[in-house]
Design a protein around this ligand. Structure first.
Ligand code: PRP
Length: 222
C-alpha cells in the first residue's frame, strides 16, 4: 500500500474534490465511474485514493484504514466524529439539512399543539437532536433512501433530508418547513496518521487549504 491513503465516495464529492487534490499534485490514474478498482493509484506514487460509500468514510479514517478522508457534515454528524481530526471545511457538496412535509400539512399547528410526530430519515441522530432541542416528541423511522416517499405514503408526517436545489421536494409535492443547518464536505484525518505521517500529511493539508482559500469568493460562498 502507498504511504498515504485518502478515502472518498464516488459522485459529487469525488468530482468536487479533484481540483483540490490536483493543487496538491494528486491526480487519480483512473476514473472511478469507469474503473471497478476500489484502490486508485494517483500521479503521486505515495498516495492512493480509496473509493468507499459516503457513510463509511469516517469509519475508515477513525480506524486508520485510511489516513485521510472527505465526508459531508451530514455523514460526520451521524457518525459522531469521535476519533477524527477535522481541520478543514472544503466548501464543496454544499446543501442544507431540512425538515419537509407534504404540501398542506399544518406544520405550525402541529408544533404549537406539541403533537407527537413520525419522522422518517437517514439522519436519525441529527433529527433526534434537532427535535429534542425544540422539545418535540418524535418517533423516528430509519430509512436508507427515497425519503420523499414517506410522507406521500403515510409512513411518516415529516422527513429530515438534504436539500440542494429543492427540485426533488417540489417534484414530490413536499415543502421545506424548517432548515436545520447548512452542510458541506470536510477533510477528516486520523489523529495517529497526523502524528506518525506528519511529513506527508502536513504539506498535503496545507496545499489543500490553500486551494480552498484560493477559490473565487463567489464560488466558495455559493
Ligand atoms: C439528495 C437528497 C434529496 C436530493 C435533494 O439525494 O436525499 O433526495 O439529493 O437534491 P435537490 O434539492 O437538488 O433536488 P442524493 O441525490 O444525494 O441521493 P441519496 O438519496 O442516495 O442520498
Amino acid at each position: 500500500m502507498p504511504t498515504l491513503t485518502l478515502a472518498l465516495s464516488k459522485g459529487r464529492i469525488f468530482d468536487e474534490t479533484l481540483p483540490l487534490l490536483a493543487a496538491a499534485g494528486i491526480v487519480p490514474s483512473e476514473d472511478p465511474e469507469i474503473s471497478r478498482k476500489l484502490i486508485l493509484p494517483t500521479s503521486r506514487p505515495d498516495v492512493a485514493l480509496l473509493i468507499v460509500r459516503a457513510s463509511d468514510v469516517p469509519t475508515y479514517v477513525e480506524h486508520g484504514a485510511a489516513d485521510l478522508g472527505v465526508a459531508g457534515k451530514d455523514v460526520l454528524l451521524e457518525h459522531g466524529g469521535d476519533g477524527l481530526y477535522q481541520p478543514l471545511d472544503l466548501g464543496i457538496g454544499r446543501c442544507r439539512m431540512a425538515v419537509a412535509t407534504k404540501r398542506g400539512f399544518d406544520w405550525a399547528g402541529t408544533v404549537q399543539r406539541g403533537a407527537r410526530i413520525r419522522v422518517a430519515t437517514k439522519y436519525v441522530r441529527t433529527a433526534r437532536e434537532h427535535f429534542a432541542a425544540k422539545g418535540m416528541h418524535v418517533d423516528l423511522i430509519k430509512l436508507y433512501g427515497s425519503m420523499e416517499l414517506a410522507p406521500l405514503t403515510g409512513l411518516a408526517d415529516v422527513i429530515v433530508d438534504l436539500v440542494s436545489t429543492g427540485n426533488t421536494l417540489k417534484a414530490n409535492d413536499l415543502v421545506e418547513v424548517e432548515t436545520i443547518m447548512p452542510i458541506s464536505a470536510r477533510l477528516v484525518v486520523n489523529p495517529a496518521a497526523l502524528k506518525l505521517k506528519r511529513a506527508g500529511v502536513q504539506p498535503l493539508l496545507e496545499r489543500i487549504a490553500a486551494a480552498v482559500a484560493a477559490r473565487a469568493p463567489a464560488e466558495a460562498g455559493a
